[in-house]
Design a binder for this molecule. Sequence first.
Ligand code: SRM
Ligand code: SF4
Length: 556
Amino acid sequence: MKTERHSAAELLKATSSHLRGTLAEELAGQPDSFSKEASGLLKFHGVYQGDDRDLRKAGAGKVYSAMVRVSIPGGRITAGQYLALDRLADTAGDGTLRITSRQGLQYHRVGVGSLRGLIRAVNNAGLTTLAACGDVVRNVVCCAEPLPGEDRQDLWRYAKLLDRELKPETRAYAEIWLDGEKAVSFGPPAEEAEPLYGATYLPRKFKIGFAFEGDNTTDIYTHDLGFVPHFEGGRLAGFTMLAGGGLGSSPGVKETHPRLADSVAFLPPEDLPEAAKAVVAIHRDYGNRANRKLARLKYVIEEQGLPWFKAELSARLGKPLLPPRPLVWRRQSDYLGWHGQAGGGWFFGLRVVSGRISGPMRAAIRQVATDLAPDMRFTAQQNLILAGFDDLTRTLLDAILREHGVAAPAEMPPVLRHSMACPALPTCGLAVAEAERVLPGIVAEIQRELDQLGLGAETVHLRLTGCPNGCARPYTAEIGIVGQSPGLYAVYLGGSPASTRLARMFRDKVPQARLAEVLRPVFREYAWRRSPGESFGDYSNRVGVEALRGRREEAA
Ligand code: SRM
Ligand code: SF4
């Protein structure tokens, strides 16, 4: 561990008695809100205290509530679990469910008085909020599509395995929220020692993802640690390990920046859990504990170098590392609409704009879950896959969606279909601009520009966030729009359709109302000068943002 003066967050963890702090005492007092220290620890339990920014702006002062995040490895749940989660949106939340960009689920505006009931109910449904946030390994993501090929199932099992192996072992969660009952995710009896995390846990959050080569539905280069399986003769031969990805950048801290992961090594399947633990332990031991802005694994690798990282990993595993295998990527498909499923039958990809399940969409999904009991999977694009249909139940699903007026993906304008936005205002305490709430308007204007140029059917991945933290992964999109201050956004171009390249800043401080307008000359150029089959992201990258900026002036 580094020896500089540790941040206040480190002291809080160290003195928390494995994430207990004063949480139980404060909860017993039935408060309206938690102390600063308790709210810092709450994150490890999957709870973020915040206030409604709309109400604050309207002069109502700080009206506190909580965001609660459910961790769902690979995004997979049963219809029964979904129905249990759905009920909680009314009893404890604001009537909505929010699929996250890491296949989890969030409740917003949860009152302090509803927290314990909500968390108990989540655990009763066989899920947990433990480690959904905080300085620990977060929800492990994994391609959710049940495409033909048994290997897809296996990959999810590995994601579940890592999720289980890397969960904190403290009993604090069970004690505080479940009255001492064993939390479902703990597996074997919990030890207080926290053998992996120790008393101070990790210097910062740590994210793990799995993706199939070719189809990068989980943005595999953006995780602290990524695994891409390789198959030989139809059997899993091992994984290429990637490390050091991450997208957050903090305004005013120039050393912070988005970074794509490096290829590190090829691992036989049996080495996966130990290798993952070893990388987490490297982060634990070398991550920056003085400055949280620089505390991600990506900065350890940048500072120490990739050769050092490989040598350290090899030493911890007690064997030489095999070289990583080359990886080839195509596009990032969305798997919306109907697709053939592994083992026969069908699955349906339902588009959930910004992951927000509410109103008629929520009623439709509830009816589908009740009547047809499909297998359900949240995707890293904030969508929902409903799986396990035969020809009859397929027509029933279509009918339920039609009855509730839920748009079929094919009817959706392409930019909206391929967009993502983070929650931003009013619930996110870090938002400096709108995102989810303004997404439909922004994409409609951009779609109009594309339509006018005959590009209306093009697939263009657009992602919007309310600040530079990058929660909807804008920096790997073909068009990334990042809030800089109220109503003003930076526009990034040149990410690849397979999310394997970082976009670069094209313009900054663009007023929301002018976003489509500043893209117009670029779209026009793209329509005239692209190579056959060239995607918008590849075109912008080939020409370069500097050149595109210059030609803007010519076109104006
Ligand atoms: Fe995030 C903080 C929402 C995925 C980078 N993120 C937050 C908080 C908790 C705000 C806060 O700290 O006060 C946001 C809660 C808003 C709200 O009202 O709900 C928030 N992040 C989200 C979600 C819900 C966005 C979404 O559109 O779905 C995603 C939850 C995923 C999950 O289930 O775990 C979410 N966040 C991401 C991702 C994308 C990913 O992981 O694939 C990133 C970029 C990748 C990365 O981590 O580098 C991301 N979130 C951040 C950061 C910047 C971290 C950094 O390294 O600097 C913050 C700020 C922080 O941690 O201090 C942040
Ligand atoms: Fe909040 Fe910023 Fe993340 Fe959006 S990108 S949810 S505004 S932290």
